[in-house]
Design a protein around this ligand. Structure first.
Ligand code: GUN
Length: 292
């Protein structure tokens, strides 16, 4: 039987409706949630993500402060901009789109973001809080994945979760979240140094592909009935497509579909959830200013 499709677009729409209600309740109290989005350079994928984030923000009744800077922007100028947003009471969330150009020290820029406005959950303070299980902004893609697994009704307690990828943004936080007591999974993290990847992936009850390699995971690498989460968004050449490329995941969808129990599509799976969780973190940040 073919896998059931986990509809990230529909779940994200539900979350965005909830965010919109919360934003409107805040606006009635004189607080419009505001998200500052900073993009340095013109990487096409980043331009597309940032444009979607800004649009989603406005649709949710939130204010978006966007700054698109040239790739040559000096690091001190970028850090100064982050600090300006740190001080601005109209800004409740700050997002610096990654990756940054090579001459900029990404760690230094992230560390400049106030942890109270770090709606990406990337600062060392929030990463530390996440690992310790303390209240914090959870990084958006991993948080969205937890919601997708929950919506699919897949049990996590005692499940073997295999994460393929160890990025700071997705792989590492996911591994930390799934070992929390509430989820109680056993986690294996695979990466480019892993010997015999398939031997690990075939043992996964929940397989999460976040390596950034098109169609890395094929059907024969999946345990029958497993829940497969595809985080990959890779552009591959397709001269028959209007844009000359199309998007594929890290999972070979066609061969995975007959084997998996449930699977997220690309597009329409994890991607929309990342934006929904970003909006959710931003509205939560604004709510804290009212409560404080
Ligand atoms: N680059 C790829 N994903 C993300 C994300 O979730 N946040 C930021 N800031 N940059 C990214």
């Amino acid at each position: 039987m073919a896998a059931s499709i986990i509809d990230g677009k529909a779940l994200a729409a539900d979350i965005r409706e909830d965010v919109k209600r919360r934003a409107s309740a805040l606006a009635a109290r004189g607080v419009v949630p505001g998200l500052a989005v900073i993009l340095v350079g013109e990487d096409p994928a980043s331009v597309s993500y940032v444009t979607s984030k800004e649009k989603a923000c406005e649709e949710a009744g939130m204010r978006s402060f966007e700054r698109r800077l040239p790739a040559s922007t000096p690091q001190p100028e970028l850090v100064a901009l982050v600090e300006t947003f740190n001080r601005d009471p109209a800004v409740h969330g700050i997002l610096v789109q990654l990756p940054l150009p090579d001459h900029i020290d990404e760690d230094a820029v992230i560390a400049a973001i106030s942890p109270d406005k770090d709606v990406d959950g990337f600062t060392p303070v929030n990463v530390g809080r996440m690992i310790l299980g303390q209240p914090c902004f959870l990084p958006c893609t991993p948080h969205g994945i937890l919601k997708l697994v929950e919506r699919a009704g897949v049990p996590t307690k005692g499940a073997h979760v295999v994460v393929v990828g160890r990025s700071n943004i997705v792989g590492k936080p996911l591994a930390n979240l799934f070992v929390r007591k509430e989820l109680n999974s056993t986690v294996t993290v695979c990466h480019t140094g892993t010997r015999d990847l398939a031997e690990h992936t075939r043992r996964a009850d929940i397989l999460i592909a976040c390596a950034g390699r098109p169609r890395l995971i094929t059907g024969d690498m999946i345990r029958p009935g497993a829940c497969v989460i595809d985080v990959g968004v890779n552009r591959v050449e397709d001269l028959s497509a209007a844009k000359g490329y199309r998007l594929v995941g890290d999972v070979d969808f066609q061969s995975a579909l007959p084997v998996a129990g449930s699977i997220t599509p690309v597009p329409g799976g994890v991607g929309p959830m990342t934006i929904a969780m970003l909006l959710s973190n931003t509205v939560e940040s604004a709510e804290r200013t009212v409560r404080a």
